[in-house]
Design a protein around this ligand. Structure first.
Ligand code: SF4
Ligand code: SF4
Ligand code: SF4
Length: 269
């Protein structure tokens, strides 16, 4: 079976495994990926929600904070950001929308942004989301990222409205969250993996682990002829031939498959 097809099957299987609550299986653990615990079918809890609640308005529930950090840290240390490329349902969703995003590439904002040097700096927005909205505003103002989270609308609010409407109670952030959700949908159709590149706090948490993770992507400079096929194929817009343990890499392996010189491979340790 072709490698990218295997990855697709793995993503689909993970999607079902994060929804085992539909058959009554709830683990009490946190996901190491992005999915809303409010989904009626959720198997586990959202790690961002657990982090926010642990610092909410000055609370110092360190056990609650350690829990998602250890789970994300474990996967980050072993596989880097492979959770994004292989397991996260929001990654799967963006894989599905990558076709239109690629077609629009020549006309889209990303091409215009790419002409300017600040595009790489936009990618730091996700770190701001993690530190600013998940920790600081939750701790000092009680305003949490998950109050306006578009993934929460997609995987929590919408399934509740459809499956259990009698349980739905709109929060005071309902309409801002809907507006952000609409922007999220537009974003993932016009920029390939736009949410993962610029905004996802879980991606921000996992990204630095690429620098030290046991599993990573290696490029053999001696074999490379700089044909640029890998960069064209890369869903995260990385200059693959010149990268070294790039924090943006989601270890999807598309560059490995496309390189005509076999210059790219998964490295271990
Ligand atoms: S960056 Fe976030 S949304 Fe994207 S695949 Fe990773 S965890 Fe999921
Ligand atoms: S596809 Fe292979 S040969 Fe071409 S630029 Fe990338 S690493 Fe180099
Ligand atoms: S560098 Fe290769 S493995 Fe990493 S995101 Fe790009 S295509 Fe996927």
């Amino acid at each position: 079976m072709k490698f990218q097809l295997k990855r697709l099957w793995f993503q689909i299987l993970t999607f079902f495994s994060v929804n085992l609550g539909a058959i009554g299986l709830r683990t009490g653990f946190c996901y190491p990926l992005f999915y809303c615990h409010a989904c009626p079918a959720a198997t586990s809890a959202c790690p961002l929600r657990a982090m926010e609640k642990s610092v909410y308005k000055g609370s110092s529930a360190l056990d609650q904070l350690l829990y998602p950090i250890l789970i994300l840290g474990f996967f980050g240390t072993v596989t880097g950001r492979a959770i994004c490329g292989w397991a996260c349902p929001i990654g799967l969703l963006q894989r599905a929308t990558s076709g239109p995003a690629r077609k629009l590439k020549n006309y889209s904002i990303v091409k215009k942004l790419g002409r300017y040097r600040f595009e790489p700096y936009l990618r730091y927005t996700k770190y701001f989301m993690l530190i600013g909205f998940v920790f600081i505003t939750a701790a000092y103002f009680g305003f949490m990222f998950t109050d306006i989270c578009p993934i929460g609308v997609l995987t929590g609010t919408i399934p509740i409205i459809i499956l259990e409407p009698y349980k739905f109670v709109p929060s005071s952030f309902f309409w801002p969250a809907i507006a952000i959700f609409i922007l999220f949908i537009i974003l993932i159709f016009i920029i390939e993996r736009g949410w993962c590149r610029y905004f996802c706090p879980i991606g921000a948490f996992l990204a630095p682990f690429n620098k030290v993770s046991m599993l990573h992507i290696d490029v053999d400079q001696e074999k490379c002829v700089h044909c640029n096929l890998c960069a064209i194929e890369c869903p995260m817009g990385i200059d693959v031939a010149n990268m070294y343990r790039d924090p943006e890499c989601i270890l999807c392996g598309k560059c490995v498959n496309v390189c005509p010189r076999d210059a790219i491979a998964y490295g271990r340790f």
